[in-house]
Write a protein of this length. Sequence first.
Length: 223
Amino acid sequence: MLAALDFSFFTPDVISGYIIKGFIFSLQLTIVAMIGGIVLGTLLALMRLSGKNWLVMPAAAYVNTMRSVPLVMVILWFFLLIPLVIGKPLGAETSALITFTLFEAAYYSEIMRAGIQSVARGQVAAGYALGMTYRQTMGLVVLPQAFRNMLPVLLTQTIILFQDTSLVYAIGAYDLLKGFEIAGKNFNRPVETYLVAAVLYFIISFSLSMLVRKLQQRIAIVR
């Protein structure tokens, strides 16, 4: 069976015509969802740690709901239901960008909440002793330390996010996996394209994991 495999159709034209386009969108989706998810997730974490029920309850409900539903279902719900609400289609790519940002915010929120709680309470007390407000203390003292403490975990979640981008196939978005799929159908070589796709995903994810591990070791040394 292995002897029947033929990878000769993977020419530069095929790679540039099918694969690169999908890779660019997967990369764009990962970066947008990471940045948006961290920003929104940090706000959710601050809401849950505020001690005010009118902030804690909606933030907790949002996080717990998103973490309890499979991502592919959220993708389908958003893609199919939101156009009915707003009266016009969003498009697969736009829908994926918004959905991933909202979904990943729930996971980044829990990471940031743990990071904030890992900062010694004495740091907060020191900020107040210097006359800082709650917002200044969180922005200038607590959050920078929380980001440093949780940076390896945030990046690990981003690697998982990159892997999950392949789920946008459910709504027809043109991601990296979709590029391989179309190439496989056009050249009647689906087995080869899926094999190469699996190897590429592994190489990217494993390489990033090694970088995160080195970063984690460096942060540990600084501490």
